[in-house]
Design a protein around this ligand. Structure first.
Ligand code: FHN
Length: 580
């Protein structure tokens, strides 16, 4: 669903810089950096900033951490300079997380860094100043609904019972609004307020808070997690990357971790490699989604070395390849490529190679003429281009002869300079390896009236296929007739991360039909499936007799009742038999 505010006329203007930025720097910092994942010697699995909740620490006990918070090594200029070096284009930091502690000078509260800690400095003031000097847009994360310190806030069930709407409203009036006013008046222009976990926020609350922010700073962007689709842009789940693209209107962002936690946790050493981080950045950019990448500094104010080295390496790649990320839009093709991803800008198309094609690459479906090419970082590389179109199959074919030797650098990028803005066939067509991917957002949904229908969720997957009378279909183009193995990519909804198989489906193209039980045994291992699992379920073979446009029909024979969201899947793949 598009954030309702996307209808707002001034929105495109306000969001322009943010959409062009594509890559942001996120900081989760607060009292939770002191326990760093352990409470009274016990280790807690959950993300570091949730320690108060995980260990059910009473407010009075948790409050005592403030007396210890003295981040003497904090250096705002150093943090902002790292954000710059990493190639990020906006900076967002937790001003108040769910623990309720204000990491800024909050005259309306005693539970803030100035009144409650020995530090005596306002890090937000120093960061705002450093960002201003570095021309880096600066924004605040603010947990508007969950506040474990307040009886009127949500989430603390060990000290307080769930607040009534009246109490929650009082909390919004007496804590949230005064603190937002402080954040929006004490630190100069604020680029964005990153609201989070809008639990129990009624639509009227979300709208009112958004107007409140805009009444003080009209250009300040409001994140989608203000709730009820009223944000200026949509926020995907943490570390979430849709497979084939979102298929939803509006601007989007994915907040993401370098390891698994947001707030510093001594024991979390599950760092993603630079290569994986760059792939995630590229993957998101290829779908027109911003990547807001998080660091969790220590209680002393130091950004962990493992974060620094990765971010610096990302920055080095961006120095050479930044033109293929900043100011770009998503791929003109509505599906992913097995060799990598695409982004576009003006008349340029950027091919980001996760796998180097070794000599030759064929792309079907690009209707433009390629005027010239350039391998970023190696302007002398010779690339030969051949283009033709086959009137029998209606397919446009682009062949690139590429040096066999893979260029150095994490992800090589080839720029194609076209005769106009990229114009790609929107029907799924074969890839270089013959595979045809039918992504969820391109499916035609056939819901019987009166039934709860299949819908495209905020994860780029089809969900709520709970009724056998409903079904889906895709049109696609075949270039080489023959036998195709069919795979259904089972996935999870944004809410339930449990992969469920056991459904029986039938798939048919023309007179060829196959029926199979879908299982989740073949997990797809990748950086993105670490948080949102996917499985490739084998679903038989179909014979496609002719080249040209065909329709694949997918029906449900039985749906596993354990799956609350029904059959959830992100794509169907057709793989030519013998080329698997
Ligand atoms: O509960 C928070 C979590 O601690 C962290 O702040 C993330 C960042 O996106 N947001 C919430 C969970 O989605």
């Amino acid at each position: 669903m598009a954030p309702a505010a996307n209808q707002d006329e001034g929105l495109a203007r306000r969001l322009k810089w943010w959409e062009e930025a594509r890559f942001g720097f996120f900081v989760h910092w607060g009292l939770y950096a002191i326990p760093a994942g352990r409470w009274k010697g016990k280790y807690y699995e959950r993300i570091g900033e949730w320690i108060m909740h995980s260990a059910k620490v009473p407010v009075e006990e948790y409050e005592q951490l403030a007396a210890e918070f003295n981040p003497v090594k904090f250096d705002a200029e150093k943090w902002v300079s790292l954000a710059k070096q990493a190639g990020t284009k906006y900076f967002v930091i937790t001003s108040k997380h769910h623990d309720g502690f204000a990491l800024f000078d909050s005259p309306s509260s005693d539970y803030d860094i100035i009144d409650a800690t020995p530090f005596g400095r306002d890090p937000m003031k120093e960061l705002a100043e450093a960002c201003r000097k570095a021309k880096m847009p600066f924004g605040f994360y603010y947990s508007q609904a969950q506040d474990w310190h307040e009886p009127g806030g949500l989430g603390n069930t060990w000290d307080f019972s769930k607040p009534s709407q009246k109490k929650f409203k009082a909390y919004l009036e007496e804590k949230v609004k005064p603190q937002l006013r402080e954040l929006l008046t004490q630190y100069g222009p604020i680029a964005l307020i990153w609201f989070d976990t809008p639990r129990d926020m009624r639509e009227e609350h979300s709208i009112e808070l958004k107007h409140f922010v805009h009444s003080i700073q009209p250009d300040c962007i409001v994140s989608g997690r203000i709730g009820n689709n009223v944000g200026d842009y949509g926020s995907l789940g943490d570390n979430q990357i849709p497979r084939g693209g979102l298929g939803l209107p509006g601007a989007w962002e994915t907040p993401a971790t370098l390891n698994d936690t947001w707030g510093y946790k001594t024991d979390d050493k599950n760092w993603k490699s630079t290569r994986v981080l760059l792939e995630l950045l590229v993957d998101l950019a290829s779908k027109g989604i911003n990547y807001l990448l998080n660091v969790g500094p220590t209680a002393e104010g130091v950004i962990p070395k493992a974060s620094v080295t990765r971010l610096e390496a990302m920055g080095r790649w961006l120095e050479v390849h930044g033109e293929a990320i900043y100011g770009t839009q998503g791929s003109p093709f509505p599906y992913e490529f097995s060799w990598g991803r695409m982004t576009r800008k003006g008349r340029n198309l950027y091919l980001h190679f996760f796998q180097w094609p070794r000599g030759r690459l064929v792309v079907y479906g690009l209707r433009n003429k390629v005027k010239s090419t350039c391998l970023l970082g190696d302007r002398d590389a010779a690339i030969e281009v051949t283009q033709d179109s086959d009137s029998a199959t209606g397919s446009h074919r682009l062949e690139l002869r590429i040096p066999r030797k893979r260029p150095s650098g994490e992800i090589p990028v080839l720029r194609l300079d076209l005769d106009g803005p990229p114009d790609a066939e929107q029907l799924p067509v074969p890839q270089f390896d013959g595979r045809i991917e039918l992504p969820a957002p391109l499916a035609e949904i056939h819901n019987q009236s009166g039934t709860r229908g299949i819908a495209l969720g905020q994860s780029g997957s089809l969900e709520f296929w709970t009724n056998k009378r409903n079904g889906v279909s895709w049109q696609f183009r075949v270039v080489e007739p023959g036998d195709y193995a069919v795979h259904v990519i089972l996935s999870t909804s944004r809410v339930s991360r449990k992969l469920v198989g056991g459904h029986v489906v039938s798939l048919a193209v023309g007179g060829s039909q196959t029926e199979s039980k879908l299982d989740v045994n073949r997990r797809i291992e990748s950086a993105r499936t670490q948080y949102f699992p996917e499985a490739r379920a084998e679903a038989g073979t179909l014979r496609i007799e002719t080249a040209g446009v065909h329709t694949l029909q997918m029906r449900a024979r039985s749906i596993n009742r354990e799956a609350s969201a029904g059959i959830v899947f992100s794509a169907v793949e057709l793989v030519p038999v013998g080329r698997r």
